[in-house]
Design a protein around this ligand. Structure first.
Ligand SMILES: NC(=O)c1ccc[n+]([C@@H]2O[C@H](COP(=O)([O-])OP(=O)(O)OC[C@H]3O[C@@H](n4cnc5c(N)ncnc54)[C@H](O)[C@@H]3O)[C@@H](O)[C@H]2O)c1
Ligand SMILES: C[C@@H](CO)CCC[C@@H](C)[C@H]1CC[C@H]2[C@@H]3[C@H](O)C=C4C[C@@H](O)CC[C@]4(C)[C@H]3CC[C@]12C
Length: 369
């Protein structure tokens, strides 16, 4: 990536490259990274769609592997110029144990960092999360905050705990000497709630609405704002950050960036209706149909049932004390740090993001019938 080697083709590795975000990062790199020579896609579960990418001009190497296995990660990282580490266990519903979440998100990230150090890879972009900051368990609002906004980040749930620990590892690794003697340069991107093509929770809400005859029922006040960002813009921010890390190492190294775009500030449910409405669903109620205390009770009951049934069956409904707190607490960001540091501007307008998501929901919904 030095000036003398402008024409040098680069090897990129994307961990978790077959996930919701990872697939968009992979496709974005192929479309928008002119210096890409080889793209390694590392995931525990490889998607069949990767096959069609192998026929293009850039060499695409699919690597089935587990980030918790240090030797598999080291083999994948060896010879890569840039690593985009997006693999993670995204579970706020109690499907996986806290130990597994920690193992994948924290130990997996440690393995990626050590692999970079051992093999001489110098540039690492980590997909963190807004949840590293909040919402916190006290329900404090974070209103249009930025990377410097003071906020009491209190983590108890295994998922945000693991993302916070992993983010810290990545930031602390900035400046470490890698094999060959040069310093590692790292940064972390913190997306708000991501939506777009491939968003399984959106598809689940759509299917649930269809099952209920086209109705969804308001549970969260319309006044609670929840930050959302289009997946194409998140992918674009990763590509830009990865591209600029070398040239702007002193500025970007060890930094965090919230990842958001022009998507409107709305409640979680009202925002979903931007897509589900045009697909024929209606949200019933200008106010929540159930009192908040009853939702708290139901969420606690779900948590109890999950615990009681665990030896027999996995009971993991959407509503639990954590998801209720997240959905019911205002958390929105407003920042130009990524724009100032590496020129990030959303690639997709809100209108484009909305249209693309609606088309995907319609297609995903009908294929489920
Ligand atoms: N979805 C969101 O709203 C959101 C918001 C902020 C941050 N994030 C972060 O973005 C990243 C991607 O999230 P996503 O929503 O695309 O989730 P996802 O589950 O769709 O993708 C994660 C990918 O990681 C892979 N993976 C999981 N465990 C692995 C392991 N042990 N070894 C190798 N690969 C493994 C999965 O197979 C999957 O393909 C995560 O790090 C997540 O914490 C997501
Ligand atoms: C109370 C229900 C009535 O309809 C709504 C429950 C919705 C919840 C399931 C989701 C509300 C907010 C979501 C989270 C948020 O968008 C940000 C996230 C960060 C990311 O790193 C992982 C996903 C998530 C935790 C996301 C998960 C689903 C919600 C809790």
């Amino acid at each position: 990536m030095a000036d003398s080697a402008q024409a040098q083709k680069l090897v990129y590795l994307v961990t978790g490259g077959c996930g919701f975000l990872g697939e968009h990062v992979v496709r974005m790199l192929l479309q928008r990274e002119p210096r890409l020579g080889e793209l390694r896609v590392f995931d525990r579960h490889l998607g069949p769609w990767l096959e069609e990418l192998k026929t293009g001009p850039v060499r695409v190497t699919a690597i089935q592997g587990d980030v918790t296995e240090a030797h598999e990660v080291a083999a994948a990282v060896a010879g890569a110029h840039v690593v985009i580490h997006t693999a993670g266990l995204v579970d706020v519903f109690g499907r996986a144990s806290p130990e597994t979440i920690h193992e994948v998100n924290v130990q997996g990230t440690r393995n990626v960092i050590e692999a970079c150090v051992q093999t001489g890879t110098r540039f690492l972009v980590y997909t963190s999360s807004m949840e590293v900051v909040g919402p916190n368990t006290k329900g404090h609002p974070f209103y249009r905050g930025n990377e410097d906004t003071l906020y009491e980040a209190v983590h108890r749930h295994p998922y945000p705990c693991s993302k916070a620990l992993a983010e810290r590892l990545v930031l602390e690794a900035n400046g470490r000497e890698v094999h060959g003697g040069l310093p590692l340069v790292t940064c972390a991107l913190r997306p708000t709630g991501i939506y777009g093509e491939g968003h399984q929770i959106m598809r689940d809400f759509y299917r649930q609405g269809l099952r209920l005859g086209g109705w969804l029922f308001r549970a969260i006040p319309a006044s609670v704002e929840h930050g959302r960002v289009y997946v194409g813009n998140v992918a674009w921010m990763h590509v830009l950050a990865a591209r600029e890390l070398e040239r702007r190492a002193a500025l970007m190294g060890g930094q965090v960036y919230f990842c958001y775009d022009g998507s409107p500030y709305k409640s979680y449910e009202d925002f979903n209706m931007e897509f589900l409405g045009p697909c024929g669903l209606q949200l019933v109620g200008a106010r929540p149909l159930l009192p908040y205390w009853l939702l708290v009770f139901l969420a606690a009951l779900n948590a109890l049932l999950q615990w009681l049934l665990r030896p027999l069956v996995l009971y993991a409904p959407l509503l639990n004390p954590y998801t209720l707190a997240v959905a019911n607490t205002t958390f929105t960001v407003s920042t130009d740090k990524a724009q100032r540091h590496f020129g990030y501007e959303p690639l997709f307008s809100w209108e484009d993001s909305r249209t693309r998501t609606i088309l995907w929901v319609q297609a995903a919904g009908s294929s489920a019938q």
